[in-house]
Write a protein that binds this ligand. Structure first.
Ligand SMILES: *[C@@H]1O[C@H](CO)[C@@H](O)[C@H](O)[C@H]1NC(C)=O
Ligand SMILES: *[C@@H]1O[C@H](CO)[C@@H](O)[C@H](O)[C@H]1NC(C)=O
Ligand SMILES: *[C@@H]1O[C@H](CO)[C@@H](O)[C@H](O)[C@H]1NC(C)=O
Ligand SMILES: *[C@@H]1O[C@H](CO)[C@@H](O)[C@H](O)[C@H]1NC(C)=O
Ligand SMILES: *[C@@H]1O[C@H](CO)[C@@H](O)[C@H](O)[C@H]1NC(C)=O
Ligand SMILES: *[C@@H]1O[C@H](CO)[C@@H](O)[C@H](O)[C@H]1NC(C)=O
Ligand SMILES: *[C@@H]1O[C@H](CO)[C@@H](O)[C@H](O)[C@H]1NC(C)=O
Ligand SMILES: *[C@@H]1O[C@H](CO)[C@@H](O)[C@H](O)[C@H]1NC(C)=O
Ligand SMILES: *[C@@H]1O[C@H](CO)[C@@H](O)[C@H](O)[C@H]1NC(C)=O
Length: 739
């Protein structure tokens, strides 16, 4: 009797330890996507892989010269599959129940698992895999086999497990050598040393990159593990650790193996839970189960490619966010793991809401590559710093040799980075960071822009000739409006920082001001709209959102001209355009309170791009070829929700104030209320709850001087915490920090 009670108490304890994951965080299916590229991509900022894929990738490790540089593929030694066997053979599909296999991604706890029930054999097998969020050099595979209570007999119950690994082909990126065989006699771990084969650019990369891969199990042959029939539960795990330093990888493996499977897993889930509980989450109330799952999955896949902030051993510098994340990068469709404007314009505004540390690490990558950007400017005949269209290990231009014109002409990448720096400063108000990190970049970008501009003194005008805007269907154009607008913002921010961070010659500041003032912004007087570039004929089809970005995110023009842009370009954008194009139409229509159009574009911006099983994004709608795990699309979609429907923004006013803005909110179709928690602003944390035409924002600041509300002409001191409600009839609210 006492034993039974103890047993029940034990079960209760076990359950309280692992709280049930809410359905909106649990992606479950009985059938895999037909294209395994749409399996979940997992990562922890140091390592990443796609479940069942053939590759593991490590932050910052690339192989190949120039435009052939791509993430260096490590065979996926973690792709292990377990079979249950007895001496007559192994269980087959016939032994599995109908729908007896469930594939699950648990977004809240951060892992993937396959659960198989063999009813005829009376057992269940759970296989789970995850990149550890705290022990981030470690990748974990675990199998837990259980004999079910209602099994018929022990006689035909399986007696061993067979583990086979399917790592894919050998790597063409690394020369791997075995430096330790890890024979059980030596009591050591099997260790491989890999060196990349080809340098990206010798001037900035004198040596190949080197990594060490350590295995808790040799894995060079199939493992047969005895499972005595008297044993009800059987657990086994394989750990792989990878680092540039053998000592780091070794320490990680030793420390991880000190922990029981349960403790190790618990540390991982705690780290993920802490992200959702303390760093960021969005709750959607209403009849919107699938939308909730898509939002949660979107955040999950973005975070998976970002560094863990708290880790067992110190992180290496971060090499930025690529359009398809850290766990992909070997295919052309994976953008080879490079950084583009996608990083700053599409993903960063959302990443900055997760916490400043994430945003700083993303932007630090650009800081560390400033010398390479200066080199790129110089070798292409300009001054200052010119960030390459595509950037990988060295920070020099690595655009695919297929498409030289994008690297020559999409100069907007450099001012895009300055714009992102300004937006992040408007949110964080971090003065030290602004002068240490933002200023050196912004200054050099301003110098590049001045040297790149063609100025006509007689007409008092400056132009950017032979450029390509975000619309890549139109090369060799002059005065792409988006490029010129974002360049003006970049020059003006450089001027402001130059004054604030001190000691800049007035001559330099005046030069930046002059070019900014003289840069032409094309406008058609008759139709009152912005032609995308010189000679643009209305209704000419464009690839993607370009001129409409002058509204959101640039906040450069929100007049009737912008409304007309929306109407005209909506009719002239390619059907096959990338996902975030529609999200930007949604955000901009929402801000101009054209709700029906906003709703249409919002739904168009995700419904056909998200693959159903694990809510993985594709770059293109169903039926078109495109990239998997398309984080850029997620970035655009979440921006539409937060900054479009939620009408939040951070930015600079014409009189040089850096503020948080609240516009008129709406909710997407079928949604009653959206709650966004843990939005950082200054030293404060805020939460935003928005409904149809009413919202409340609640902030509290334990460190700073508190806030001031600016509403029209009225200024109100709010103290160090406040809870404000805004209805659509109220004048716009802006919040500034008291200093
Ligand atoms: C990974 O393992 C799964 C079985 O668990 C298999 O279907 C898949 O083909 C493997 N991937 C590779 C690259 O071999
Ligand atoms: C298996 O799953 C499919 C799809 O969810 C469902 O339609 C079917 O009824 C299930 N079969 C059984 C026997 O549960
Ligand atoms: C693996 O290698 C074989 C033989 O070289 C090749 O035919 C196959 O395409 C490769 N598979 C992948 C996924 O690269
Ligand atoms: C590992 O084992 C192989 C074959 O058993 C042997 O050729 C090799 O020299 C060993 N390497 C090391 C580093 O012990
Ligand atoms: C590039 O750098 C070299 C060496 O510093 C310098 O002489 C040259 O003028 C620079 N080119 C431009 C266009 O600034
Ligand atoms: C300001 O710049 C000048 C010349 O560029 C330099 O000599 C001086 O030390 C600088 N002063 C400060 C305070 O940084
Ligand atoms: C939409 O484009 C078509 C041609 O592609 C044109 O005939 C039509 O007038 C356009 N509609 C608007 C509202 O501009
Ligand atoms: C939103 O509120 C307005 C009144 O402010 C109402 O007319 C409209 O129907 C509401 N829309 C939704 C989608 O609830
Ligand atoms: C802020 O005010 C709103 C509206 O009055 C209310 O619903 C919400 O609970 C308040 N939030 C906090 C944290 O007090």
């Amino acid at each position: 009797m006492i034993q039974i009670i103890l047993f029940i108490v034990n079960i209760a304890l076990l359950q309280s330890c692992f709280a049930e994951t809410p359905e909106t965080y649990l992606l479950k299916t009985n059938s895999l996507p037909s294209d395994l590229n749409f399996m979940p991509t997992l990562g922890n900022g140091h390592l990443g892989y796609t479940v069942f894929g053939d590759a593991i990738f490590m932050n910052g490790v690339y192989n190949g010269a120039g435009g052939n540089s791509k993430r260096a593929r490590i065979p996926n030694w973690l792709n292990i599959s377990a079979e249950v066997c007895d001496r007559f053979g192994c269980a087959t599909g016939n032994d599995v129940d109908v729908n007896g296999t469930s594939y699950e991604t648990d977004l809240r706890d951060g892992y993937f698992r396959v659960l198989t029930t063999y009813r005829t054999l009376g057992i269940s097998v759970e296989q789970r895999t995850y990149p550890h969020k705290f022990y981030n050099r470690a990748l974990v595979y675990e199998v837990v086999a259980k004999r079910l209570a209602n099994r018929l007999s022990k006689v035909n119950s399986p007696k061993f497990l067979k583990l086979t690994h399917f790592p894919g082909n050998s790597s063409d990126a690394f020369d791997f050598v075995v430096v330790n065989n890890g024979s059980s006699s030596s009591g050591d771990y099997r260790t491989l040393r890999g060196r990349t084969k080809v340098l990206e650019l010798e001037k900035f990369q004198p040596d190949p990159q080197e990594i060490f891969v350590l295995f808790s199990e040799p894995l060079d042959h199939t493992l047969q593990l005895q499972w005595p029939t008297w044993q009800d539960e059987f657990t086994y795990r394989v750990i792989i650790t990878i680092d540039r330093e053998e000592t780091v990888a070794r320490k990680e493996l030793q420390d991880v193996l000190q922990l029981s499977s349960r403790k190790l897993f618990q540390k991982h889930t705690e780290s993920w839970n802490s992200f959702w509980d303390n760093e960021f989450s969005i709750e959607i109330r209403g009849d919107a189960f699938e939308l909730s799952q898509i939002v949660n999955a979107g955040i999950f896949y973005l975070v998976s490619s970002l560094p863990s902030i708290e880790t067992h051993q110190k992180n290496e510098p971060f090499y930025g966010l690529s359009p398809t994340g850290l766990g992909r990068g070997n295919l052309e469709a994976d953008y080879q793991g490079h950084n583009f404007w996608d990083t700053e314009i599409w993903m960063l505004p959302v990443v900055s809401l997760f916490g400043y540390e994430y945003a700083k690490q993303v932007l630090d990558y650009r800081s560390r590559k400033l010398e390479a950007a200066k080199y790129h400017a110089n070798t292409t005949g300009y001054k200052g710093a010119r960030f390459p269209w595509e950037s990988a290990y060295t920070g020099t231009e690595v655009t695919n040799p297929c498409c030289p014109e994008v690297s020559q002409q999409e100069i907007h990448i450099s001012p895009d980075i300055s714009f992102a720096l300004q937006k992040f400063f408007a949110q964080s108000h971090d003065n030290a960071w602004a002068c240490d990190t933002a200023w050196p970049i912004t200054r050099e970008v301003a110098e590049f822009l001045v040297s790149r501009a063609s100025c006509d003194d007689s007409k008092n005008e400056c132009h950017f000739l032979d450029v390509m805007g975000p619309d890549e269907d139109h090369p060799d154009v002059n005065d792409n409006v988006y490029t010129n607008a974002v360049s003006k913002i970049a020059l003006n921010f450089a001027e402001w920082l130059g004054k604030t961070c001190g000691n800049t010659s007035t001559e330099l500041l005046e030069k930046w001001r002059e070019v900014s003032d003289r840069l032409v912004i094309l406008r058609d007087e008759n139709l009152d709209y912005h032609p995308q570039h010189q000679g643009y004929i209305p209704n000419t089809i464009v690839k993607q959102a370009d001129t409409i970005l002058l509204g959101y995110p640039l906040n450069f023009d929100t007049s009737t001209t912008h409304s007309n842009d929306l109407r005209l370009y909506a009719n002239a954008t390619r059907e096959s355009g990338p996902a975030m194009t529609w999200s930007m139409f949604a955000a901009n229509y929402m801000r101009s309170l054209q709700i029906q159009e906003a709703n249409e574009y919002f739904e168009r911006g995700y419904k056909s791009y998200v693959r159903p099983e694990f809510k993985v994004w594709s770059e293109t709608p169903l039926g078109f070829e495109g990239s998997a795990n398309f984080l850029t699309g997620i970035g655009g979609f979440l921006q539409a929700l937060i900054f479009g429907y939620g009408a939040l923004d951070f930015g600079r006013t014409n009189d040089d104030q850096f503020l948080m803005f609240f516009g008129i909110t709406m909710t997407p179709p079928n949604v009653d209320e959206v709650h966004i928690s843990s939005i950082p602003y200054g030293d404060a944390k805020c939460s935003l709850t928005f409904r149809n035409r009413s919202s409340s924002i609640e902030c509290s600041d334990r460190i700073g001087q508190g806030f001031q509300m600016v509403q029209g002409q009225k200024k109100t001191v709010l103290g160090r915490s406040f809870n404000l409600t805004r209805r659509s009839e109220d004048p716009p609210i802006q919040i500034s920090l008291l200093r």
